[in-house]
Design a binder for this molecule. Structure first.
Ligand code: PMP
Length: 443
């Protein structure tokens, strides 16, 4: 007999620990589209773990690559030393990245990727004699991980208020979610591109534009409830950044690796930033890894600014390009290509969109928004006599409907593995519909 699980020692991240420990939701196996819960149920994964298991769980090729690497080279020192897989993984990633972005700095996750990109942006201007560019501009409701840089440019009050003022010299653009004009729009919302022009207004009215180093945005804001950019919005941001010599950083931790049916959101939108941050799907989440992909000209600026025997960037991690992560990344990127998973996502997206929008008539549904294989369903917590809390739907889905969804505030966010088929899409939305309907009836 298994001894009862001791839960008191683990301090869980972004979790109501006491509530969770009273009734823990535990997973102990996974394969393909499904998790298995510790009480033996098969749970359909509507969230690709945490937006990361794009190729489906425990892919045999990725598992084998990690196993083989673990038995071959466990670790090699990272500073002033290297191992061939690091170079191979970087080349593979550069090949997949949009043209012009072809130099790769590895780290261990999205948060490190964000801090790495912000530091590269600041250092880039300094080494070119433009040290007056110190400001960073993010967006309201942006999520850029939990490093000090990330919570500073991020636009979520809850992630900062416990920690004091964080970085100075940071400003935020308004987020572009406008349910009053764009409710239930499919794909790119028609209204709101003018919100990108706020960047230029702020530059001129509040900040000397020559003091701004970088603007950082998620092409689609994920963690705060799937905020899809209005048509033309990202193009406007790019044009303003170009006009004032400001670097544009795309945080593609969620939108990277096929979520929008293309390798990166940059490809989908046809807007090429100066840096892309990626993580999650880079290794199909089997080993932690993140990366910052920069343009040749950013890399060259560093190479030319220092003598050949000098360190060009004073930044790095013990586990940058860890051998197991590199093995996982190479195998994962090959799986994406061999199984044409990005094309598959593009093909599934219209079916996924139609299935999602069928929930429109359910009680307490305020908005549905989607792009590629990501979708947000925003609930009205209080409507007439009924109360529908997204968290209650999440619990019901997990315990009674055997589907895993994610909620953030009043919003259900869905981002299934890209291998999901039509029957599973039907199952996912049918179970969520039932949960929403039942929840409304019980109140
Ligand atoms: N950026 C974005 C856009 C993210 O969605 C996330 C994680 N959800 C991060 C950064 C942080 O990544 P990590 O949790 O791997 O540090």
């Amino acid at each position: 007999m298994n001894s009862p699980l001791q839960t008191e020692h683990l301090w869980m991240p972004f979790t109501a620990n006491r509530q969770f420990k009273a009734h823990p939701r535990l997973l102990d196996k996974a394969e393909g589209m499904f998790y298995q819960s510790t009480d033996g149920r098969q749970i359909l994964d509507g969230t690709a773990g945490l937006w990361c298991v794009n190729a489906g769980h425990n892919h045999p090729k990725i598992v084998a690559a990690i196993q083989q690497q673990a038995a071959t080279l466990d670790f090699a020192p990272t500073f002033q030393m290297g191992h061939p897989l690091a170079f191979k993984a970087a080349s593979k990633l550069a090949e997949m990245a949009p043209a012009g972005l072809n130099r790769v700095f590895f780290c261990n996750d999205g948060s490190e990727g964000v801090d790495t990109a912000l530091k590269i942006a600041l250092a880039y201007h300094r080494i070119r004699g433009d040290a007056g560019r110190y400001r960073l501009i993010g967006r309201e409701r942006g999520y850029h991980g939990v490093g000090f840089g990330g919570i500073s440019v991020g636009g979520i009050a809850g992630n900062r208020k416990q920690f004091g003022p964080a970085l100075s010299g940071v400003d935020h653009l308004p987020h572009p979610l406008d349910i009053s004009r764009n409710a239930f729009s499919k794909g790119l919302p028609p209204h709101g591109a003018e919100l990108a022009a706020v960047l230029e207004q702020r530059l001129l009215a509040l900040h000397d534009p020559t003091t701004v180093a970088a603007v950082i945005v998620e092409p689609v804001q994920g963690s705060t409830g799937v905020i899809v950019p209005p048509q033309g919005y990202l193009q406007t941001l790019r044009a303003i950044c170009d006009k004032y010599g400001i670097l544009l950083i795309f945080d593609e931790v969620i939108t990277g690796f096929g979520r929008l049916g293309k390798p990166f959101g940059a490809d989908y939108f046809g807007v090429i930033p100066d840096m892309i941050i990626c993580a999650k799907g880079l290794t199909n989440a089997a080993v932690p890894m993140g990366a910052v992909i920069v343009t040749e000209s950013i890399y060259d600026a560093f190479m030319h600014a220092a003598p050949t025997d000098a360190i060009e960037l004073f930044h790095g991690y013990t586990y940058s390009a860890h051998p197991l992560a590199c093995a996982a990344a190479i195998a994962t990127l090959e799986v994406y290509q061999e199984e044409k998973l990005f094309e598959r996502a593009a093909q599934s997206a219209p079916y996924f969109e139609a299935a999602a929008h069928q929930l429109r008539e359910l009680p307490n549904v305020k908005d549905i928004r989607n792009l590629g294989m990501v979708c947000g369903i925003e609930l009205m917590p209080q409507s007439g006599k009924t109360t529908t809390r997204a968290y209650d739907i999440f619990e019901k889905c997990f315990w009674e409907k055997n589907v895993l969804i994610r909620t953030t505030g009043d919003i259900i966010a869905l981002s299934p593995p890209l291998i999901i088929n039509e029957a599973q899409i039907d199952q996912l939305f049918a179970q969520i519909s039932e949960a929403i309907r039942e929840q409304a009836e019980t109140k």
